[in-house]
Design a protein around this ligand. Structure first.
Ligand code: ZN
Length: 82
């Protein structure tokens, strides 16, 4: 008994996904929550972007990004250990 065509196609797709990883599915995207100090809204910033910003920082400085809502300043939201 041979495999049907549909199954062959599925296997092709799975193989392609596995090899190329076109959507980055095998990599875990890490997002860091930033909170705007001006409007208080939160946004998720990919970890690698934050690292790029952090690269130029002097000691004691924190990463700041521009708020997409009000163009204010966003800083990493600290999780308060309450
Ligand atoms: Zn804002």
């Amino acid at each position: 008994m041979s495999k049907n065509k549909k199954q062959d196609e599925n296997e092709e797709v799975l193989k392609w996904l596995d090899e190329e990883d076109p959507f980055g599915l095998n990599e875990e995207d890490v997002f860091i929550t930033f909170k705007c100090i001006d409007c208080g809204k939160e946004d998720e910033v990919p970890d690698f972007v934050v690292e790029e910003f952090a690269f130029d920082l002097k000691k004691g400085e924190v990463v700041e990004v521009v708020c997409p809502f009000c163009e204010g300043t966003m800083r990493e939201a600290r999780k308060d250990p309450k």
